[in-house]
Design a protein around this ligand. Structure first.
Ligand code: SF4
Length: 103
């Protein structure tokens, strides 16, 4: 909560974020908005539905929001990084598994 009484989902979301503001001490929590940003996959349903890295994706509102956008303007800027990291983790797993390491 900010000194003005605005609610944000966590300390990593900017207090200037339009998208991340999920309520106010006087008006309560904006449930519909809060629900939506808790599930980013819903916002990007078309894009994420067929993404092979979906199960490893850790995109959240704090990573997406550049403070002045609304949900229609934001795009996952970290998709490439997430997929790259996941692919490398899978490669590491395969190599270690082929060398006999057990998890
Ligand atoms: S990497 Fe991008 S496209 Fe894939 S699930 Fe995450 S946000 Fe969606």
């Amino acid at each position: 909560m900010t000194v003005d009484g605005d609610f944000y989902p966590c300390e990593r979301v900017s207090e200037k974020s339009v998208l991340g503001k999920i309520g106010n001490i006087f008006s309560g929590i904006y449930l519909e908005k809060a629900e939506k940003i808790l599930n980013i996959g819903k916002i990007y349903e078309d894009k994420c539905r067929d993404c092979w890295a979906y199960s490893a994706c850790d995109i959240c509102i704090a990573k997406l929001d550049d403070t002045e956008c609304n949900e229609k303007d934001i795009l996952p800027k970290d998709c490439k990084k997430i997929k790259f990291t996941f692919e490398n983790n899978l490669k590491d797993y395969c190599v270690l598994k082929s060398l006999g390491y057990k998890y």
